[in-house]
Design a protein around this ligand. Structure first.
Ligand code: G1P
Length: 296
């Protein structure tokens, strides 16, 4: 019997060096896209897939993330006093039910695999999602819901995948592909950040996974891989053949918000999805790009 997917692990211990100085004193996961911090997009996406238990893998300087999902008594009291209904409504999705969020400290930056291994007691013997908040997916059906449905179909591990230009394979986990029906791809092998000339395909993993608790066994070896880090991809590769393992070509568009350009693109794309902002933003973009003063 397939156990329901209720748990998500969100690694948030990274230093965010690509966004310095913005991330000197605040967590990169708290950077907003339009008006919501990155981390909240992931949590909302997970909840839309029926996930209701969250484990944040944190490090020093990340306490604001936990505060963000708590009750804000003073703020809410003042807003109520002033009858600020819209503002109170805006806070609603940033408050999680009591007992639904836990944190674990990673202590040392030993890689994504190590971060996920830190959640082993939380995961126990259930399937779980891993979500990297840097990756935002703009889609009609939330990406994690698409993965959860694929997991319910296959009963195995499912990773969200997308084609990347071959010269970029060294930035991602890359699939070696078996049977492919255009949506679900059978995973024959996985390689972390291969050079383009040795990459088995150009199908890359994005930061959305549904994994089985069996993963903890290869992860516990804490073997170092690419970049001398404990890689999630390497531990996943060891499960192939033991459990069903698929890539899902999800519907939607991914923005890499760990990168400055991707972050800017996300601001525009998500802004254009907001009815109250879209017409003015579109007008601004058109006229601004038409101005001869803008350098090409
Ligand atoms: C991590 C994973 C990689 C995956 C990527 C998706 O890499 O190790 O397999 O393709 O996330 O964003 P990172 O971006 O942490 O270097």
């Amino acid at each position: 019997m397939i156990k329901p997917l209720r748990k998500a692990v969100l690694p948030v211990a990274g230093l965010g060096t690509r966004f310095l100085p913005a991330t000197k004193a605040i967590a990169k996961e708290m950077l907003p896209v339009v008006d919501k911090p990155l981390i909240q997009y992931s949590i909302e996406e997970a909840r839309a897939a029926g996930i209701d238990q969250f484990c944040l893998i944190t490090g020093r300087g990340k306490t604001a993330i936990v505060e963000h999902f708590d009750v804000a008594y003073e703020l809410e009291a003042i807003l109520r006093q002033r009858d600020k209904k819209a503002e109170l409504a805006a806070l609603r999705d940033s408050q999680l039910p009591p007992g639904s969020i836990v944190t674990v400290r990673q202590q040392e930056p030993m890689g994504l695999g190590h971060a996920v291994w830190c959640a082993r007691a939380f995961i126990a013997d259930e399937p779980f999602a891993v979500m990297l908040p840097d990756d935002l997916v703009l889609s009609d059906t939330p990406c994690m819901k698409q993965l959860a449905d694929a997991h319910a179909e296959t009963g195995g591990c499912v990773v969200a995948v997308t084609e990347v230009p071959r010269e970029q394979t060294n930035r991602y986990g890359i699939l070696d592909i078996g049977a492919d029906d255009g949506r679900l791809v059978e995973v024959r092998g996985l390689v972390e950040k291969p050079k383009p000339e040795v990459a088995p395909s150009n199908l890359s993993i994005i930061g959305r996974y549904v994994l089985l608790p069996e993963l903890m066994e290869p992860l516990a070896r804490l073997e170092r891989g690419a970049g001398n880090e404990v890689q999630l991809t390497d531990a996943m590769a060891r499960l192939i053949g033991r459990v069903p393992f698929h890539g899902l070509r999800y519907e939607g568009r991914r923005f890499d918000c760990g990168d400055r350009l991707g972050f800017l693109e996300a601001q525009i794309a998500f802004g254009l999805r907001r009815p109250e902002l879209a017409p003015a933003l579109r007008g601004f973009l058109k006229s601004y790009l038409a101005e001869s003063a803008v350098p090409a």
